[in-house]
Design a protein around this ligand. Structure first.
Ligand SMILES: Cc1cc2nc3c(=O)[nH]c(=O)nc-3n(C[C@H](O)[C@H](O)[C@H](O)COP(=O)(O)OP(=O)(O)OC[C@H]3O[C@@H](n4cnc5c(N)ncnc54)[C@H](O)[C@@H]3O)c2cc1C
Length: 560
């Protein structure tokens, strides 16, 4: 098999080589920049303190969308760009991960949009996206809305509309960007933390053997101190340019560069709840409004329904962001208003997750969080640290393109056409060097259901996992009853996807913890067993891992 992620090799390269670009943060923004830069021939390092997509990029609403609600705020550029990116992802670069979703948007008297403004807004939305006629939005009268979703409240119902958008597994889109950066020669490592910077001229920056000293002069950043959080070693990672894509921690990194840096982002918390579909039996994906016109999405996915999100200012430690009772009450309140026949309580929450938006600070931050622009900002410090903050999952490719154009210019490299405009992510292109003659046969040999599970997650890379299942038939079965993940995926995740813990596998590589929370609980012992065998854990480590995952799952159900 061709090169896939190898942490030890990357850490050794961090120590021994000088890079053109070091990217701090393996969320969607950092991963997309690393991919684009590596594809344009730059020598790239990507350093992630936790797991890839371990923070905001696995806790979004999973929508690949223009953001209809930004139209009344006049954010036309954002909506236009996001819709063009949505179409590119859905049709060209990630069709295996991005799927269409049809929303029903009911209109109520005195709450948010009226039928006229909604119809104008959705026409603009479909025009921006160049939506094919078959997916063009439809305006509905109140009888049609009631017929389409009988669970909706009839009181004050004025009609509504259906329209198409898209959703995706955010953590896997992030991961595929990391993987592609690796496949294009980047050195990438998770569980490696940037702890500080070293300036040119400081004694601890030794020129590498056989290389010229860094060309930058004065007080520019020459290296980052990187701690291997698994092995404990500290090294100096040398690069010509440093990019700070640390999401909610961008200001922490900026302060490592310059302790007096003023805050560049305002953090707001967004909580999502997951319910069993039997408890929340909606037929359609819905857009509900609260009394102030804020939007809450209700999205059925197979046996579960995802509901979110909240948007409240957050001032605590970003590492401890969690669902609180107030968040649950707000979301239950919005649902009780619009879906009066469905009686839900906090006890019915099957799982939840909370993430932080890093919104661009505007003045004193007095505006309501929902009204703060979602567009990214790019800053550069005197020492040469480029920071990217804000943005959206949907627009990650375009944000990366802008950043890499800038880095290429600053490095004096010739301008090139951005390769990510038309290059599919790894799971959407032929396997190439990694394929062998037995691949198609191994996918057939594991049976249709198992093959479908793999194709839905890995696209054209499914045969790489199927080969493991074909060689070890005991790993070709689901991890637990009704769980859409196979034992072979655990082995694959460890060998090829830099997976170190139960959380990495169940939360990020497969998203089982929110998409199938009950099944994830019952699969956890089998995952721990396979991981123990593969990684040589002793029984106490296996138990610790299991206990830690169970604790986290319980916390996702019942807030502290
Ligand atoms: C509730 C919510 C819902 C959202 N819904 C949507 C949606 O439906 N559609 C959409 O398009 N967008 C959505 N977004 C926005 C989108 O999720 C974010 O724009 C995106 O995930 C931000 O990615 P990021 O890479 O900047 O940050 P992150 O994903 O947070 O990544 C930053 C990374 O930096 C790492 N890091 C921090 N410090 C260090 C260090 N010292 N050394 C090394 N690494 C470090 C962190 O561990 C982290 O993994 C949503 C956001 C939220 C919060």
């Amino acid at each position: 098999m061709g090169s896939t992620l190898n942490r030890e090799t990357s850490l050794a390269r961090f120590r021994d080589e000088e890079f053109d670009l070091a990217v701090i943060g393996g969320g969607i923004n950092g991963a997309a920049v690393a991919r684009d830069a590596a594809m344009r021939g730059l020598k790239v390092a990507l350093v992630e303190r936790g797991d890839f997509a371990g923070a905001t990029s696995s806790r979004s609403s999973k929508l690949i969308h223009g953001g209809f609600r930004y139209l009344p705020q006049g954010q036309f550029r954002l909506v236009y760009t996001a819709l063009r990116e949505r179409e590119r992802l859905r049709r060209v670069t990630a069709p295996h991960l991005v799927r269409p979703i049809q929303f029903l948007f009911p209109v109520y008297r005195g709450r948010g949009f009226n039928r006229f403004t909604m119809s104008i807004g959705l026409t603009l939305y479909d025009l921006f996206a160049r939506t094919p006629w078959a997916e063009w939005h439809s305006s509905l009268n109140s009888a049609r809305v009631r017929e389409t979703e009988p669970a909706l409240s009839r009181e004050g119902l004025r009609g509504g509309a259906t329209y198409f958008d898209a959703w995706a597994d955010d953590a896997r889109i992030t991961f595929e960007n990391v993987l592609d950066a690796d496949l294009h020669g980047a050195a990438v490592a998770n569980y490696a933390s940037v702890e500080g910077f070293v300036r040119t001229g400081e004694k601890s920056v030794e020129p590498l053997k056989g290389s010229t000293p860094p060309t930058v002069s004065g007080d520019k950043i020459a290296a980052a101190r990187v701690r291997d959080l698994i092995g404990g070693d500290l090294c100096e990672l040398r690069a010509k340019k440093f990019l700070n894509a640390a999401g909610p921690w961008v200001d922490e990194i900026r302060r490592m560069d310059h302790p007096a840096s003023r805050p560049s982002v305002r953090l707001t918390k967004g909580v999502h709840l997951v319910f069993a579909r039997t408890m929340l039996p909606v037929r359609e994906a819905l857009v509900l409004g609260d009394e102030h016109g804020r939007i809450v999405f209700v999205m059925p996915h197979d046996r579960y329904v995802l509901v979110g999100t909240t948007d409240t200012d957050f001032s605590g430690d970003p590492a401890n962001v969690a669902t609180e009772l107030g968040d649950i009450e707000y979301l239950l309140g919005v649902m009780a208003e619009s879906l009066p026949g469905i009686k839900l309580t906090a006890r019915d929450v099957a799982s939840s997750f909370a993430g932080l938006r890093a919104l661009v600070t505007a003045g004193e931050g007095s505006e309501s969080p929902s009204k703060v622009p979602r567009e990214e900002v790019i800053l550069e410090s005197r020492a040469g640290l480029i920071t990217v903050a804000g943005g959206k999952l949907t627009t990650h490719r375009e944000i990366a393109q802008k950043l890499v154009d800038r880095v290429m210019k600053e490095l004096g490299k010739p301008a090139t056409r951005c390769p990510t405009l038309a290059t599919p992510l790894p799971g959407a292109r032929p396997l190439g060097r990694e394929a062998d003659a037995g691949d198609a046969a191994s996918l057939r040999s594991i049976g249709r259901d198992a093959a479908e599970i793999l194709c839905a997650r890995y696209g054209t890379r499914a045969p790489v996992v199927a080969r493991i299942a074909a060689e070890r038939p005991e790993l070709a079965a689901p991890l637990s009853r009704g769980c859409p993940a196979l034992g072979a995926e655990v082995v694959h995740a460890i060998r090829n996807e830099m997976t170190h813990s139960l959380h990495d596998f169940l939360v990020r590589r497969t998203s089982l913890s929110w998409r199938y929370p009950v099944e994830a609980d019952s699969a956890a012992p089998a995952v721990a067993k396979i991981m123990a065998a593969e990684l040589g854990w002793d029984p106490s480590r296996e138990e610790q891992e299991l206990a830690s995952f169970k604790r986290e799952q319980a916390r996702r159900r019942v807030p502290a």
